[in-house]
Design a protein around this ligand. Sequence first.
Ligand code: PEP
Length: 250
Amino acid sequence: MDRVLIAANWKMNKTVGEAHRYMVDFLPRLTGWEKTEVIICPPFTCLAYLREALENTGIQLGAQDVFWEPEGAFTGEISAAMLADMGCRYVIIGHSERRHILGENDQDINRKLKAAVSCGLVPIFCVGESLPEREQGQTQTVVREQLEQGLAGLELPNLVVAYEPVWAIGTGVNASPADAQGICASIRRYLGGFQVNDWARDIPILYGGSVTARTIAAFTAQADINGALVGGASLDPEHFASIVRLNSDG
Ligand code: PEP
């Protein structure tokens, strides 16, 4: 697949003023990045500002979460239609911080995926094993289960999958590119079980977990890795621009 996606997950960082200062620094640095699809997923509170700031830049806007109900008495939640209305094209679903800190389970994630797809959003569906699961040799089983339960009842959705080993997120420790390639290839094989023409071949599969400008090229060089979901290293405009540029030059 020629398509390469680099998505920034800002997590719970940046006020609108900080997002503005970031863009003033970031946008002029993005020369020669046309080969890459860049996605920025800020906190909900920055979506309105970024929708305007990213207009005519080609950079896509994404959210970090969504609730599964379409509307109603769900204090604090945000629906898929609201995100679409804010100009979001993507939404991260099933991030390990939501699974582990906020207690989201595979059924919640399945409902969120369905809600997002029904409103035309493209989910960035995160899967990945914890360190104990990895040490017990359960990586393939855990990831397969997350895919199976998350995608239950969904018919060939427009989708991005992010393989994010939990032990690599925010720790400065990467999976090796070869290891990540192995899991991403098995994710693609699993999606291939859904059959029907080339759907699985065309699903972008991202690696996430402490990616930096130093490591990005080794991941995107892998046959089944079509980009990266970048947390910590996306918070600095100069660093994130160099991740995008390095990838585009490669
Ligand atoms: C993430 O939040 O999805 C992530 C991969 O974070 P980091 O790059 O900081 O490990």
